[in-house]
Each structure stands twice: as C-alpha cells, then as structure tokens.
Design a binder for this molecule. Structure first.
Ligand code: FAD
Length: 309
C-alpha cells in the first residue's frame, strides 16, 4: 500500500508528487490522461499570477515557485528559462503590484495612452511540452509510480492509501461537490519563432500576450468565465493574431503552427489547499489554481507535502 496517492497528473499533482517522494513517502500518482493531455500542457506557462488575488499564502507559493524555477533554469532543466517580460498596464495605478515581492527586481516606467505604466521584471517561462514529461520522468526516477486511472469518487483512492492528494483541477468541482469551482476558457495560437525575443503582456480586457519560447511563440489570449467549450474558435484565432501583431509587429508573416484551448480550473475564494478528514482517511485538497497553476506550483507543492506527511 502506498503512503500517499496523488490523484491528478497536471502541474499541481506532479510537483506535489515529486516533493512527497523527495521527502521519503511511498507515492503513487493516478491520472487518466498523460501529461500532455492536461490543461497544464496548454498553459503559456509564464510566471505571473493571472486572475489571482492577494493572500499571504498565495504570495508565499508564488515566491517558492519563482525561486524553484530560477534554480531549475540555472541548472539547465529542460524547457525552463528565465526571460525579461513587460506588463503594459491601462488602469492608472501607481502602487506596487502585490506579487512584486515574489519576483525580485521589478522596474516601472510611465507610458502614454492607451497604457499608463510599464512593469518590467524577469519571469520564469516554461515550455510545458518538454517540462511535463521531464517532471514525470523525474518522479519515476525518484521511485514514484504512475498509474492510468480515473476515479468517480475520491474514496476509491482512500481505499488504497491512508492519505491522498486531490489535484484534479477542474474535475475537483464535481468530485468533491465544490460549487465554487468554475472553468475559465483560454485559447492560444502558436506561431513559429522567426526572431521574436521580447515577452510582453498588454493588460487590457482581454489581455493580449506574446511569449516567445525556443521553437515557437505563444500568442493569447482569452479569459472566458464559465465556458466549457474546448473547440478552438476561428474568429477568436483571427482576433488574437490581429491583437498580437499590433503589439509586436515583428510577428508579421510568422507561420501559424497550431492553436489550443484549455479550461483554467478557477475557484471563487482562491485555490483550495487544505486537509479534509474523511472516514476513510485524509484528503489534502490542492485545486482551483485558475490562471496561475505554473506560477504557484512548487510553492504550493511544498505546503501540500507539509500537510500530507
Ligand atoms: C490558455 C491558458 C494559458 C495559461 N497560461 C498560464 C501561465 O502563463 N502561467 C500560469 O501559471 N498558468 C497558466 N495557465 C493556467 C494553468 O494551466 C492551470 O492553472 C494549471 O494547468 C492547473 O493545473 P492542475 O494540475 O490543477 O490541473 P490540470 O492540468 O487540469 O490537471 C488535472 C489532472 O487531474 C486529472 N483528473 C481529472 N479528473 C480526474 C478523475 N476523475 N480522476 C483522476 N484524475 C483526474 C487530469 O487527468 C489531470 O491529470 C494557463 C491556462 C490556459 C488554459
């Protein structure tokens, strides 16, 4: 019998599984989907807490993940880089953003209309198509086991381990009857990287972002609350391309490589990371990270390991 079963193999489940195994627990991870079939694989995966409001715990998770991704980039972990990025704000605020304390050196510059300020900082950026398979290999190399398995009830996992981690993302809403969980649809377009190096995010509504990776550039985005539609919409694709080209004209002529849609696992009140004692054992919930699962991942994984062991 495993000490801990982690249910869910996206970025939240996988980072928690690695941390638990590093601390010596016997860990099995259950997921019906391979790493590249999760919402995590759709993420632009640039460190920034999109749609998440301040809470001391959340700031701690963001800081923990920032430090860990920086270390991994320095150590040459596949798919992890640190890039300078710019946020173009439109709301006239002059206050320091709440997440700045987690990001190290943040610089500000006033801008003319339609923007009001540029916020420049170094952000970890992860190519999930490379990183998630690496993470899974890392977990297995540490002695963890991965099983393809879907649960209809969390009790199925509790029947096989005294402690389970519920990292099922959007599915957590129905699995634990949480009415605060809802989808936020995001569509992105991938184009070939023909020499774009600047990462930029225009914080209009919806926000427009251009995030170069090694082989391609991620263009976005949309933020459609309560939409369950996972089919790419051609009109949305055209609008994303137009908005991104206006922001970064160097993208002109870059061949389109593909497009993706993902449903961010959002939760009113913020992510749920807490222990629930059930008659069959202990559940550590870790879901509801919305548009910031990568941004909070490793910091959150440390807390999940503390709660589980
Ligand atoms: C377009 C887009 C862009 C994004 N960009 C960023 C970004 O730049 N930075 C950032 O930090 N975040 C970003 N995100 C958000 C990020 O993708 C999510 O926060 C993150 O993927 C959530 O991870 P998760 O592990 O909780 O969920 P998921 O990746 O959805 O994983 C859930 C896991 O649970 C499993 N599961 C589901 N149901 C069951 C079941 N019944 N039984 C067993 N297992 C089950 C699934 O198979 C999967 O393995 C973006 C999201 C989208 C859609």
């Amino acid at each position: 019998m495993a000490d801990v079963i982690v249910v869910g193999g996206g970025i939240i489940g996988m980072t928690a599984a690695v941390r638990l195994r590093e601390r010596g627990a016997d860990v099995t991870l259950w997921s019906p989907d391979g790493p590249l079939d999760t919402v995590s694989a759709v993420a632009a995966a640039v460190w920034y807490p999109t749609g998440i409001t301040f809470e001391p715990r959340v700031l701690g998770w963001a800081a923990g993940a920032y430090r860990e991704f920086r270390r991994q980039a320095h150590d040459g972990v596949p798919g992890v880089q640190v890039r300078e990025t710019r946020n173009l704000e439109r709301d006239g605020t002059t206050a320091e953003p709440w997440w700045a304390a987690a990001a190290g050196r943040v610089r500000y510059r006033p801008l003319g209309p339609p923007w009001t300020r540029e916020v420049r900082f170094e952000a970890p950026a992860v190519d999930m198509s490379v990183y998630l398979p690496w993470l899974r290999e890392q977990f297995e190399r540490l002695g963890g086991r991965v099983v393809r398995r879907r649960v209809d009830r969390l009790e199925e996992a509790l029947a096989e381990a005294p402690v389970i981690v519920n990292a099922t993302g959007l599915a957590a809403g129905s699995l634990c009857g949480d009415p605060d969980v809802y989808p936020v649809r995001g569509q992105i377009v991938l184009v070939a990287n023909t020499g774009v190096f600047a990462s930029v995010r225009d914080l209009g509504r919806p926000s427009t972002y251009v995030h170069p990776r090694t082989r391609d550039v991620v263009l976005g985005g949309t933020f459609e609350e309560n939409s369950w539609n996972t089919t790419p919409d051609p009109a949305t694709r055209t609008a994303i391309l137009e908005r991104c080209l206006a922001l970064v004209p160097e993208l002109a002529g870059a061949p389109v490589l593909g497009e993706k849609v993902g449903l961010r696992p959002a939760r009113r009140g913020g992510p749920r990371v807490e222990v629930e004692k059930l008659s069959g054992g202990t559940v550590v919930h870790a879901y509801g990270h919305g548009g910031a699962g990568m941004t909070l991942s490793w910091g959150c994984a440390d807390e999940v390991a503390d709660l589980a062991l």
